[in-house]
Design a protein around this ligand. Structure first.
Ligand code: T1G
Length: 700
């Protein structure tokens, strides 16, 4: 992705007149980001307005689908002299002697809202959205947002908007006084009319002249307390609270200047680099070589789901949530009834929290057709199998589906590790077969691994990617191998975690070493939650396939005691009513006896060693996955591991995290702790490159 600079940019702002109103239209598709060329154009327009006595007011509007979506994130690392001068533009607006009106449609986000707040007035269409999402990029509103927003909407609401990063609708913004008038119909005409009405109003109202409503000390204290939970380990939230407090306690100019300094501090942090990396990586992961917007797709008007268990029910909800009718199949009435009651209960729980009405619940349930007859799937546009993770069972189902599904229907398996090529091979239409690996709980987790089998057609792939977006998933295309990308990495990670305990660490210390990195759950907390028997079965299966002896590790022995994790009220840990993991002395003794039996003398393992061994085991497996072409990009692996496994987004994902540490030091630590670095990882380390550079060089 090229980074623009201001040297050769044409003006991206067109000037036009409507009587005595000068109109400045920003044309920088697709989202009118504040790129080089935009500030120059706006400043030129303001100079023209100042110099022309016939101009009594200025309207600033976005061309295309939106106002300004913010600063151009790609320019953050440009030298200051090449960075678009958003602050200078806003200062010019703040001191302008004629009224300026920001006319907002689509979104005014970040620098876009800051630009609008630098204007005298703001008008918007009711459906527009305004917000300051900078915290999601590891930065903070750096062009006056921390100083102006509190002055308009009050301290508490401003903190909520800046710390959540979530936009609000123009209708709410209007009630808050952030929008001066809602325009129904033609936004430009309404904005010009408003500008004419206000042309002679003096003094010009400047937000920077106001004070901050509701700025009591406890508001800031509460915000500081809140971010300890919501933004654990992150830098920019605390800077935002400090700046919002300055808005209430020091003169505007002092706060404005402090904001610039703190913005640079946040921008230059690894956390911001990580969050900006994932912002673009998530969008890049939707791009597949050979698949373009012209690739034919099929319309998904109905779905069939085989299996009404935890996964099948969760998958069904994704379709019901966006109005796609679902026929759901089970083999036993009791299982079908149970599945439907779980779906209904999930919706009713959401309704109890006020996030859905009971009418919504009934509307969704009305789209759900239960059946015991797989033949009822004959008209479905897509059929997703979500049954027991056994190849023979899946082959039987796809054989039957081949005789039932209509021509052109997509036949998808929700398998989490099995060979989709082998599943496709039992059908007469392998081009219609794909893997859609949802993550549990499927109605919550955003990640969807889209497993492209050898014969999957471009149409089926493109349709699946479009469907992922439609059901609000982050779809990432992966290739066929045992575990695809995420589970393959997590299996290696689990091996390393068990090894660390075998060598002398306690499970709770290993988990703590990943909590310290920012993961909400360490490997053993995650295993206990997923069910120890799942990993146990996979290890047994893999050993059997490899012709190796039955695994007999310390964790296998725990499973063989009947402790399978949270589902049996205990696994590696015990659990209290809040599901807090509590170390179990008997399990610790089982581990110690295991070491003694194997002749292992336990040694002290530091948190640093544990964190590095675990994090780098992910990175090393990721590098192998890249080399084998199972993942297209290192960025795709980061997206998968953040959205599917809880890797902290502010670290940018495992591959970005490794690049931040320096791949040479990663290779050295892998070798120090007995892991063999993947050839690609060694090569990049020797070349002094990052994974992001690897992706860029491959043009992916
Ligand atoms: N800068 C650069 N590129 C951007 C961009 C931005 N701000 N926003 C979007 N793009 C690109 C995106 O990468 C994609 O590119 C294309 O536009 C369409 O985006 C000083 C410092 C506006 C809600 O955080 O939330 O202002 O893949 O697929 O789904 O205080 O884009 O086509 O090559 O997301 O319709 C604050 C980020 C910046 C808003 C539209 N602003 N953008 O969603 O399209 S920091 C943001 C969005 C800032 C100031 C601070 C969304 C959207 P490509 P898209 P969409």
């Amino acid at each position: 992705m090229s980074t623009p600079d201001s040297s050769s940019q044409p003006s991206l702002v067109q000037q036009s007149r409507d009587g005595n109103v000068l109109i400045l239209t920003i044309n920088n598709p697709p989202v009118n980001a504040f790129s080089p060329g935009v500030p120059e154009g706006l400043k030129a327009g303001l100079d023209a307005a100042a110099a022309d006595d016939s101009v009594t007011a200025v309207v600033i509007i976005g061309g295309g689908r939106t106002f300004v979506a913010g600063a151009d994130i790609r320019t953050f690392d440009l030298p200051r002299e090449q960075s678009p001068d958003l602050r200078g533009t806003i200062e010019k607006l703040d001191g302008f002697t004629k009224p300026t009106v920001a006319a907002i449609h689509g979104t005014a986000l970040g620098g876009g809202l800051e630009l609008a707040m630098g204007c005298t007035y703001r008008v918007a269409v009711p459906g527009a959205q305004v917000g300051l999402p900078e915290v999601k990029l590891g930065v903070l509103p750096g062009a006056g947002g921390t100083q102006r927003l509190p002055r308009v909407v009050g301290a508490a609401k401003a903190l909520d908007m800046m710390l959540s990063g979530n936009p609000i609708k123009a209708t709410e913004a209007s009630q808050l006084g952030l929008i001066d008038r809602l325009i129904d119909g033609d936004l430009l005409a309404g904005a010009v009319e408003f500008a004419r009405e206000m042309a002679d109003a003096r003094p010009l109202p400047r937000i920077s002249d106001r004070s901050v409503p509701g700025a009591t000390p406890d508001v800031f204290a509460a915000a500081r307390q809140g971010i300890k939970k919501t933004h654990r380990g992150q830098l920019s939230p605390s800077l935002i609270v400090d700046l919002a407090e300055m808005a209430a306690t020091v003169p505007f100019q002092e706060g404005w200047d402090a904001e610039a300094t703190k913005f640079m501090e946040a921008k230059d942090s690894p956390q911001s680099r990580g969050l900006r990396h994932i912002f673009f990586a998530e969008r890049e992961s939707a791009k597949i070589p050979g698949i373009t917007k012209d690739t034919p797709t099929t319309e998904i008007r109905s779905a069939g789901i085989i299996g009404a268990g935890t996964m099948g029910g969760g998958i069904a909800m994704n379709f019901l949530n966006v109005g796609i009718p679902v026929t759901i199949v089970e083999t036993q009435q009791e299982a079908l009834d149970r599945g439907l009651s779980v779906i209904r209960r999930n919706y009713e729980n959401t309704a109890k929290k006020g996030r859905m009405s009971m009418e919504d619940v009934e509307a969704r349930m009305a789209l759900l057709t239960p059946t015991l007859d797989m033949g009822d799937l004959k008209d479905a546009d897509i059929i997703i199998e979500a049954v027991f993770e056994n190849m023979d069972v899946k082959k039987d189902i796809f054989t039957r589906l081949d005789g039932i599904a209509k021509p052109g229907a997509i036949l998808a398996s929700n398998t989490s590790t099995l060979d989709v090529n082998e599943i496709a091979s039992v059908t007469s239409r392998p081009e219609s077969v794909i893997g859609l690996h949802f993550f549990s709980p499927a109605n919550v987790m955003k990640l969807l691994e889209i497993v492209r089998a050898e014969k999957t057609s471009d149409t089926v792939l493109a349709t699946s990617m479009a469907l992922a977006k439609r059901i609000k998933k982050v779809g990432v295309v992966v290739g066929v191998c045992d575990g695809f990308v995420g589970n393959r990495m997590v299996h290696r990670y689990g091996d390393e975690a068990r090894q660390i305990v075998e060598e002398g660490a306690r499970p709770e210390d290993v988990d703590a070493s990943m909590n310290a990195l920012g993961l909400p759950m360490g490997p053993f907390q995650m295993s206990d939650m997923a069910g120890l028997d799942i990993g146990y079965a996979i290890r047994q299966h893999q050993a059997k396939v490899a012709g190796q002896p039955k695994p007999d590790g310390w964790l296998d022995r725990i499973v063989e005691t009947g402790r399978k994790g949270q589902k049996t009220q205990g696994g590696i840990y015990d659990y209290d009513e809040t599901r807090r993991p509590i170390p179990n002395a008997d399990m610790q003794k089982l581990i110690e006896d295991y070491r003694a039996e194997k002749g292992i003398t336990p040694r002290e393992i530091t948190q640093e060693e544990s964190t590095k061994r675990l994090a780098y085991s992910l990175v090393n497996e990721g590098a192998k996955i890249l080399e084998e072409g199972i993942a297209q990009r290192a960025g795709d692996i980061d997206v998968i591991y953040i959205y599917g496994y809880g890797f902290p987004a502010y670290r940018g994902g495992p591959m970005q995290y490794a690049s931040e540490q320096g791949l040479s030091s990663v290779v050295a630590d892998l070798e120090k702790y007995g892991q063999t670095p993947a050839p690609l990882l060694k090569r990049l380390a020797e070349e002094g490159k990052t994974f992001a550079q690897y992706d860029a060089e491959k043009g992916r």
